[in-house]
Design a binder for this molecule. Structure first.
Ligand SMILES: [Fe+2]
Length: 201
């Protein structure tokens, strides 16, 4: 991979400020994020246009604050048709928002609390000894994950990450160049790599 080398030192985003989604029911959303997920209502805005683009979309904007000050935000527009359906269920499974909780005991406390609130939950799932997570949906159908690291260095595996990125891209490119099906080549590579995880324990 070619990485630019002339970047100013230390120019890295500091933390999540907000992640924003559209809602059609801000009342249910506010109830879920404050009462069930325990976040503070952090900030709100009314506007009849979008400051960044100038588009005339009247909306209510609301932010919910997490423990570190980062937020999840929503827009409820005054008049918006439902979002288009995904073309494949993988989009609905893979697109998600994961929130960090303290430890594995807390993952279990969340599991019990969510069930008590009639929220359907999957998990806990151990992700190859890296993190442990539970999954559920908010009232907007947004897939949420509560997760805690099992491996304290889970987000510091840069060398393996670079190698894996190269392997994925090159497998795909090589298959294309040789007239083979990239999806088949990638699947074969994934299965070979899974043996590596099994051997690693
Ligand atoms: Fe995730």
């Amino acid at each position: 991979m070619n990485r630019p080398t002339n970047r100013p030192a230390g120019l890295v985003p500091k933390m999540l400020n907000h992640l924003a989604y559209v809602t059609h029911d801000v009342a249910a959303t506010a109830d879920f994020y404050t009462r069930v997920l325990g976040m503070e209502l952090a900030s709100t805005i009314f506007d009849d246009h979008v400051p960044s683009t100038g588009e005339n979309f009247p909306y209510f904007h609301i932010f919910f604050r997490m423990g570190d000050g980062s937020t999840i935000a929503f827009f409820e527009c005054t008049d918006l048709p439902p979002a288009a359906k995904s073309t494949h269920p993988a989009y609905d499974t893979f697109n998600h928002c994961a929130l960090w909780v303290e430890n594995q005991a807390e993952v279990r406390r969340w599991l019990a609390w969510l069930k008590e609130n009639d929220v359907e939950v999957i998990g806990p799932i151990d992700h190859k000894g890296m993190i442990e997570s539970i999954y559920f949906h908010d009232p907007n159908g947004i897939r949420l994950e509560l997760t805690t690291p099992i491996d304290p260095d889970w987000n510091r595996h840069a060398r393996q990450g670079e190698a894996d990125l190269k392997l994925w891209v090159e497998t795909k490119e090589r298959a294309k160049a040789e007239g083979r099906d990239p999806a088949q080549a990638l699947l074969q590579m994934i299965r070979e790599s899974k043996k590596r995880y099994a051997q690693a324990g």
